[in-house]
Design a protein around this ligand. Structure first.
Ligand code: ZN
Length: 330
């Protein structure tokens, strides 16, 4: 708007002269048209000779004025030029229709994206480790089952496999882990994924160390079970044995709460919360940790069920609800 105004002022000089000239010529012509018929009429109708002469002179005068205006291009020195100039000035002082228009409404500010303050999300400030159990190819090299222990176990195995789906446990675990990761981050948590692909080589001790170093508030390990064809149901494993008491206690509390929410969401049969002292992934942990055995891949129906998108989502949501409940209460 400022620029437009400047432009109008800048061009004002030239415009003013043009209007001025046109107005003065036009005004003169109007005057001639108004007076000339009277003068001519008087000349024709009135019989008086003097009257006729005066009328003729007036007519001539106006004709001359008109010619003068036309020739001189509204010479500023003529009377009609002056009147025209005044008229033009008056007209020019009236703001142009463009300027009289209401100032255009400012462009509405684009609606800001609705931002959810991270600090108001339910899991804000929480860091959760997610360990999708196993990997595509096991590694049978040995590692100590606990710090300082002489007993060793394979670094990592490929896990069980689905009797109905033929799917490797490592793949099922990853599918659920990725869903849990998405939900937790949506709720404001920071997540640390042990793996996001199958072709890795990360031992159980290394996984525990990764979580310790990241300083997670809790690590959840995702697994599926293997056993007899008839066996089905879920269980939650928690550390015991050589693991520091406060880690055992915190892990048990978290495991119980999370398992309850898992059962509510999935309707799975509960095989309980089971303490385990033989898992290197637990024994090396210095942070609260628990391990969900979602169901048996060696059970035909449970294997099929665990591979459905809907059931996997329910598993992930149940775990996330449990983590949120634990976070709110402990
Ligand atoms: Zn497993």
């Amino acid at each position: 708007m400022k620029n437009e105004h400047k432009e109008t002022k800048k061009n004002g000089g030239n415009l003013d002269i043009a209007i001025d000239r046109w107005k003065s010529l036009y005004e003169t012509q109007l005057l001639v048209l108004a007076v000339l018929p009277k003068a001519v009429g008087g000349f024709i109708i009135k019989g008086n000779r003097i009257h006729k002469v005066i009328c003729l002179l007036i007519s001539l005068l106006f004709v001359m004025m008109m010619i003068s205006c036309g020739n001189a291009g509204a010479d500023d020195a003529t009377a009609s030029g002056t009147i025209g100039r005044m008229l033009a000035k008056a007209i020019a002082e009236v703001p142009s229709p463009e300027l009289m228009l209401p100032a255009p409404a400012p462009e509405p500010e684009p609606e800001p994206e609705p931002k959810t303050e991270l600090s108001t999300l339910p899991l804000a400030g929480l860091t959760i480790g997610i360990d999708a159990g196993h990997q595509q190819y096991g590694n049978s090299e040995q590692e100590p089952v606990a710090p300082g222990a002489s007993e060793t176990k394979a670094r990592v195995t490929g896990g069980t496999s689905g009797v109905a789906t033929g799917k490797g446990e490592y793949q099922l675990n990853l599918e659920v882990a990725l869903k849990l990761d998405a939900i937790l981050r949506e709720r404001g948590a920071t997540t640390i994924m042990v793996r996001t692909q199958n072709e890795v080589d990360i031992s159980n001790v290394e996984r525990a160390t990764m979580m310790n170093n990241a300083g997670v508030n809790l690590c959840i390990r995702i697994h599926a079970n293997g056993g007899d064809a008839a066996q089905h149901g879920a269980m939650m494993l928690v550390p015991s044995g050589s693991v520091p008491a406060e880690i055992q206690s915190a892990s048990k509390t978290a495991g119980e709460i999370i398992f309850n929410h898992f059962l509510q969401e999935t309707g799975a049969v509960s095989l309980g919360v089971i303490p385990r002292s033989d898992l290197s992934g637990f024994n090396w942990s210095t942070v609260p940790v628990c391990l969900i055995e979602m169901g048996f891949m060696t059970n035909y129906d449970e294997d099929l069920l665990m591979s459905t998108e809907d059931y996997q989502y329910r598993i992930a949501k149940g775990l996330a609800d449990g983590i949120e409940s634990w976070h709110n209460n402990y």
